[in-house]
Design a protein around this ligand. Structure first.
Ligand SMILES: [Fe+2]
Length: 126
């Protein structure tokens, strides 16, 4: 399966392309530091400046959170979860780690495939 990787939309000229990339991309929102063995919140939001449709034949059906090569978690959605209107799908994951994290999120659109976020490094300390 082709993986679409996030591109900085400020570097892209065409408005339609900015919208297309932004609304499909997963964005990770979390602190840069976590405490060893303690609950740590990682928010994954799909789209930043643009909203994705929530139509019966076109919606974001899942979001995954990865640590390097390992998948931590996946949240599944059906069409209509965002009220059949455009929006930014959002999931809060709570994880616990003993070691530094290299977080990546994936979002899957039923029409436009798999999209990968930028990588976020989280330092885990005592
Ligand atoms: Fe799409």
């Amino acid at each position: 399966m082709k993986i679409n990787k996030y591109e900085d939309i400020s570097q892209i000229d065409r408005e339609a392309k900015k919208d297309y990339i932004d609304r499909h991309s997963a964005f990770i929102h979390c602190e840069n530091n976590a405490k060893k063995g303690e609950k740590f919140k990682v928010k994954v939001k799909v789209g930043d400046k643009f909203q994705h449709p929530d139509d019966p034949d076109h919606y974001i059906s899942w979001v995954q959170l990865w640590n390097g090569e390992k998948m931590f978690a996946q949240a599944n959605f059906t069409e209509g979860a965002l009220g059949n209107s455009p929006g930014n799908l959002e999931v809060d994951f709570y994880i616990v780690s003993q070691k530094n994290l290299k977080l990546i999120a994936h979002a899957f659109c039923t029409k436009h495939g798999l999209w990968q976020s930028n990588e976020i490094i989280v330092e885990v300390t005592e």
